[in-house]
Design a protein. Structure first.
Length: 750
């Protein structure tokens, strides 16, 4: 069987025999260790086991089976420096030089299960943070002179490491000056907006109903924020400096207590990056976030947290979650401490956000108590019973779209990911991508709709089984994808179900961020000629399969903390036509202007991507149809050419690309403001302002088993607002509108 995931999921771990195999080439003489005065932290007790298991898996189970040798070390070391100090605001060149003595030893240390570089690099970084923290305090203690001419380079890849403390101090002065300029500009923009709205209507909001208190709090917070903005330039400069000082003080305090495995994570992920961009070591906390992304659920209280000065702040509550249902915790609350049942309260002040999240999450049915500071200033302790939180934004949504003008209504499905809880497959109430999409397609079929749009824009992938099954909802039995492993053996994943959920015409809408499982669906439906692919250019180009190896299952040690997991590229997949989507992606049949053309993205832009290749085409029956792809593309090009909105989209992208490539910013205030005003004027002139256009088509949300139902007037105001915002944005989406017109052409109703 194929592994269960593309961008992520679980597979069986390697056999014990494989785990015991000798990693890499035959042992070579150990080079003498460098002599230096670099500090070194103590090794985590898990380091030896983690290094041993990782070295075996990388050299024996990765698709490329690349040996762990000096060449790998030389390529990995720059990535390690990037992990350690990618912004080049911490280390001096002398520290880089001292660490470079270990550059060719990374392979030796991994095979010896003794990650000296990791421990030395972490210790150096910790020492440097103390030095830099004092430097930042000193710089921000004095007024910033915005009359001094100069520039700052904002792209660290174009910078060298500083040679002296004075040079580093000057770099920090430039960075802080730019950040202060930006903060002052924010304050002045708020004051200008306030003046522009003087004399306007006051809110008639009286509160008292569920949801309205949150609006009152938001308005109160906005008013307080405006009231706190000083009226003089000197006072605004002082406020900006104090805010920056608090921000950096908090950041350095939190970084002073790193996660126990953080040094090893930095070392190992520099090594894994050389294999390919998707092979990665995930420490236990990261593995939990990975599981949440794949399943669309978590067990906790359902609150989105952020950082505000020395505190963790509640930014948002998930509708339907435990905290939302209980009603006492509110957005804006500052978390002071967290108490687990039967344990003492833990002070959350200056604690890293990941640690606070880890304490708040927990099994369904257990209780966590949060001591919070309310916006009004009073302190409250709130006990919340944890529950399974379903993240609705991760699930499929459906609607019927009506373009009018004698066009038939068509179905629309937005699928953000190929989600599902592997361990809970088939259990009542558990959501997965295939069942949700099938329910929507079945609803569309019952309504006798003539066509459907499956929107995979921004869909980064997920579970491979759901890519196969969703493809199978559109085609009869047949192969969907084939995959080749390190041994060169090919496996075929086929749809064995002859039933089809929807028989009308189909458009699959993609963009440059559609990746992995999305590319399998788009590629399969294109190869079967079952759907027309409409998009803004080639998709991401991720044509590899990852297995997730539970390291604790390979090296179990009772009583020891978890080792985490290794996400390992084990196969490359190929379309039914034999071509890989690796690097090249899926090329749309109909190409539209790209609103994200200024973004550097795609597999080809990543570090060490696996090369493109191909295999033999599989036999498959193409779906009979009446439309002609070339004619559809030609008709669409004519509409795009005549569209002033699409013309602005292309012009806007060109301007943003030019501004992206100009990475130097002036620091003298008048020059900085003039440049910002020039950039803003250019953006405003070209901005298509899509949200200001009138709706392009009607949107009617579909209620289907397993899919979000329309919200009634009795449901929470926040939920209604979210759905209304989604419908409103969708109705103004020019890419969806053009997809509707392509469907009209496919039906022969031009």
């Amino acid at each position: 069987m194929l592994p269960l995931a593309l961008s992520a999921a679980c597979t069986s771990p390697p056999s014990t025999a494989a785990a015991q195999a000798q990693a890499g080439p035959a042992a070579k003489p150990e080079p003498s260790a460098p002599t230096d005065n670099l500090p070194q932290i103590a090794a985590d007790p898990r380091e030896r086991t983690l290094a041993e298991v990782s070295s075996v898996l990388l050299s024996t189970r990765h698709l490329l089976r690349r040996p762990i040798d000096d060449t790998l070390s030389t390529e990995a070391f720059p990535k390690y420096l990037e992990e350690l100090d990618g912004a080049k605001l911490l280390l001096l060149q002398e520290h880089v030089t001292a660490l470079t003595a270990y550059a060719s030893r990374m392979d030796d240390e991994l095979r010896a299960h003794d990650l000296v570089l990791a421990r030395k690099g972490s210790a150096v970084a910790a020492q440097r943070r103390q030095v830099v923290a004092k430097m930042v305090v000193d710089i921000l203690a004095k007024p910033i002179d915005f009359t001094v001419a100069g520039e700052v380079e904002t792209d660290p890849k174009k910078l060298d490491f500083c040679k002296t403390e004075d040079e580093l101090r000057e770099r920090w002065r430039s960075v802080l000056t730019l950040q202060a300029l930006e903060r002052i500009q924010q304050m002045e923009s708020l004051l200008e907006a306030k003046d522009a709205h003087k004399g306007g209507k006051k809110s008639d909001h009286k509160g008292g109903k569920k949801g309205e208190k949150k609006d009152t709090r938001a308005e109160q917070a906005a008013a307080e924020s405006l009231a706190s903005i000083p009226t003089t330039p000197e006072a605004r400069e002082e406020k900006a400096r104090k805010e920056l000082a608090t921000r950096y003080e908090t950041r350095f305090l939190r970084l002073a207590t790193p996660e126990p495995l953080e040094p090893d994570v930095q070392f190992l992920n520099a090594i894994t990056a050389v294999y390919d961009p998707h092979t990665q070591y995930l420490a236990p906390a990261e593995k939990e976030n990975f599981d949440i992304a794949i399943s669309g659920t978590l067990q906790g209280i359902g609150a989105l947290l952020g950082e505000r000065d020395h505190y963790i702040v509640v930014q948002e509550l998930v509708p339907g979650g435990a905290a939302w249902t209980q009603g006492k915790l509110e957005a804006g609350d500052l978390i002071i401490s967290v108490t687990q049942t039967g344990k003492a309260a833990v002070d959350a002040t200056d604690m890293p956000i990941d640690k606070v999240v880890e304490m708040i999450r927990g099994p369904k049915g257990t209780v966590v108590t949060l001591t919070v500071k309310k916006a009004e200033g009073d302190i409250q302790s709130i006990a919340i019973t944890r529950d399974v939180v379903k993240i609705e934004a991760a699930y499929a949504r459906g609607a019927v779209l009506d373009l009018g003008r004698n066009a038939d209504p068509v179905g629309y499905i937005y699928l953000p990911g190929f989600y599902g809880d592997i361990g809970a497959a088939g259990q009542p109430g558990e959501r997965n991508a295939t069942d949700d999409v099938r329910a929507l397609l079945t609803a569309f079929q019952k309504k006798k709709l003539s066509g459907v749009i499956v929107d995979l824009r921004g869909n980064g992938g997920g579970l491979l089984s759901h890519a196969r099954d969703i493809s199978g909802l559109f085609v009869d039995k047949g192969p969907i994808v084939q995959a080749r492993d390190a041994e060169g053996s090919l496996e075929v994943l086929s749809d064995e179900d002859p039933s089809v959920a929807f028989t009308g015409n189909a458009v699959v809408l993609v963009d440059r961020f559609s990746a992995s499982a999305s590319e399998i669906v788009a590629g399969a439906l294109q190869d079967y000629e079952r759907a027309v692919i409409v998009g803004t250019g080639p998709t991401h180009g991720k044509g590899t399969v990852q297995g997730v190896v539970e390291l604790d299952r390979i090296a179990p040690t009772p009583g020891r903390d978890s080792l985490g997991v290794l996400k390992l590229t084990v196969q490359q997949y190929f379309r039914v036509n034999g071509a890989s989507t690796q690097l090249r992606g899926v090329v749309p049949d109909v190409t539209l202007p790209d609103p994200a053309s200024f973004v550097e993205s795609g597999e080809r832009t990543l570090f060490h991507p696996i090369p493109w290749s191909s295999v033999a085409e599989l036999a498959h029956a193409r779906t009979p149809h009446t439309w002609n792809v070339q004619a559809l593309a030609a008709a669409s090009r004519e509409r795009v050419k005549a569209s002033p909105v699409f013309a602005k989209v292309e012009a806007f992208g060109k301007i943003l690309r030019e501004q992206r490539d100009d990475t130097r910013e002036p620091l003298e205030r008048s020059a900085w403001k003039a440049e910002r005003e020039r950039q803003k004027a250019a953006q405003d002139a070209a901005d298509p302002k899509l949200k200001e256009h009138k709706p392009l088509f009607e949107v009617d949300v579909v209620a289907a088993a397993g899919a979000p139902a329309p919200v009634t007037a009795t449901q929470d105001k926040d939920v209604r607002a979210r759905l209304d915002a989604w419908k409103d944005d969708l109705s103004r989406d020019v890419w969806v509108e053009e997809s509707l017109r392509v469907l009209v052409d496919m039906a022969g109703k031009r």
